[in-house]
Design a protein around this ligand. Sequence first.
Ligand SMILES: [Zn+2]
Ligand SMILES: [Zn+2]
Length: 106
Amino acid sequence: MEGRVVNAMGKQWHVELFGDVCFHCNRVIEGDVVSALNKAWCANCFACTTCNAKLTLKDKFVEIDLKPVCKHCYEKMPDELKRRLAKREREAKDKEKQKKKKPICL
Ligand SMILES: [Zn+2]
Ligand SMILES: [Zn+2]
């Protein structure tokens, strides 16, 4: 847990007291929590950003700007964009590797 704090009822509360806050609607998730892309989502909020089709973790989806996009929409995207996304993903992974190699002293 990263110790997020929310303001409610004039006080600050640690999110853990309530449960997960949905990345999409910023509300405390009641019911099923979908954990994807390192975020928590309400089962209802986890949907394709492009066509709004509801997604589950069983569906294939692609992460674009931290938002899920269904396989269908992804396939319709221009190759140029797909290439850029693939490149960015590679770069992000490389960065992660470098981070692990050289821990940053604070
Ligand atoms: Zn939500
Ligand atoms: Zn879609």
